[in-house]
Design a protein around this ligand. Structure first.
Ligand code: ATP
Ligand code: SF4
Ligand code: MG
Length: 365
């Protein structure tokens, strides 16, 4: 096993190594330092309404990847998107950035429907929205130097007046993400995973975006490097007033880096709330099951916890959903869940979910 400082701490505290960074992050991003949740007057930067994305596979087969999700992203916040593999997180992120045309629904950025923008207006809007990818290996052209990789977006958008200014900008970007500007003439394979992710971040920053979709930006990295990259993203967010959509399958991670968290299941949004609300008062049975699987850092509490194991079949994304998508695995499923889709409602201020059991509780109280 790889020896790292976090691993050593994890053996001393009897908690899993992967949870240690989450505990550190919790110190950095607590409710008190997290004004976005309380501040509902903040302007909305990105608005997603009834977004659907279905992929046609031919022979009348379709993948129902995203089935009508709606959410807002406020300026300056980090909205986390979490859920099991295949639930539609990346497809949602790609549709938000107009990298994929939606089947239905709309995405507005600063009030403009980005999928309807054309020509210069579209180029201008898309410049403000960038992506950081999961796999720095795959996302960087191995035959291009770091200089060329970062220069490419600058060249496409003509963002420099002369070669000297271009070189200066590239040097400053490398410094900003913690890399030595002298590395500019090297190739991606000469760097470690963490350094390559820093190059990916520098490339995303080159166009000075306002909004970044970070799709599993740390899950391919060693656990000790994950903390460094998260710290870098948080520093850049503060310095550049960035807004993030942070995608991950790891709820403990998403919770600690995000102001608010949306939980997706089979192309639907199950629940969305402030991170602290979601953690302390999860409403949806799927969120409750996800949270129960996260170990807590207190060994005494952890000993008495019973993780909720989800039984039942995962539905196929190749068939349209009838009723609630979670019904086959839900411990609270009722007759109505079989045929009626639960409605997305706000159950408390800023706390949304879609579940018949919550409606039934509300009507009884
Ligand atoms: N281009 C495509 N063509 C066909 N199906 C696709 C395509 N892209 C994604 N899918 C399917 O859409 C569904 C959602 O995929 P998506 O990549 O958005 O999930 P995800 O939540 O990001 O998963 P992961 O955590 O594994 O990255 C999956 O069933 C996937 O196989
Ligand atoms: S709607 Fe029904 S099946 Fe779906 S999560 Fe709620 S109780 Fe469970
Ligand atoms: Mg994905």
């Amino acid at each position: 096993m790889r020896a790292c400082a976090l691993h050593i701490i994890s053996t001393l505290l009897p908690i899993p190594c992967r949870l240690v960074p989450a505990i550190f992050y919790s110190r950095m991003t607590t409710a008190a330092t997290n004004p976005a949740c309380a501040d509902t007057d903040r302007p909305v930067l990105v608005s997603v309404r009834h977004l659907k994305k279905h992929f046609d596979l031919g022979r009348q087969q379709r993948v129902y990847a995203v089935n009508g999700v709606s959410f807002d992203i406020y300026e300056g916040e980090t909205l986390g998107l979490v859920g099991e593999s295949g639930c539609g997180k990346s497809t949602t992120g790609r549709s938000v950035l107009a990298l994929s045309e939606p089947t239905a629904g709309q995405v507005t950025f600063r009030g403009q429907n980005i999928h309807q923008l054309k020509g210069r207006a579209r180029r201008h809007a898309l410049r403000d929205m960038q992506m950081i990818f999961q796999d720095p290996y795959a996302s960087l052209n191995p035959r291009a130097t770091v200089f060329d990789l970062i220069a490419e977006p600058l060249e496409i958008h003509g963002l420099y007046r002369n070669p000297k200014e271009k070189a200066q900008r590239i040097g400053m970007l490398l410094e900003e993400v913690g890399l030595n500007p002298s590395f500019a003439r090297r190739y991606p394979h000469e760097f470690s995973g963490g350094q390559r992710q820093r190059i990916g971040i520098a490339r995303a920053l080159a166009l000075e975006p306002a909004f970044i979709v970070a799709d599993e930006p740390i899950s391919a990295l060693d656990v000790s490097i994950q903390a460094q990259i998260v710290q870098l993203l948080q520093r850049l967010q503060q310095e550049r007033k960035l807004t993030f959509l942070f995608i991950s399958h790891d709820l403990s991670m998403v919770q600690y880096v995000s102001d608010r968290v949306g939980v997706m299941y089979m192309g639907y949004m199950a629940e969305l709330a402030c991170s602290q609300d979601l953690y302390h008062n999860p409403l949806h049975p799927y969120t409750q099951a996800l949270l129960s699987a996260i170990p807590v850092p207190d060994p005494e509490k952890q000993r008495h916890r019973t993780g909720q194991i989800l039984h039942g079949e995962l539905p196929s994304p190749l068939a349209p959903t009838v009723g609630c998508a979670f019904k086959s695995r839900c411990p609270r499923a009722m007759a109505v869940c079989q045929n009626e889709r639960p409605v997305w409602r706000e159950y408390a201020s800023g706390h949304f979910a879609a579940c018949h059991a919550l409606d039934a509780e509300g009507s009884q109280s």
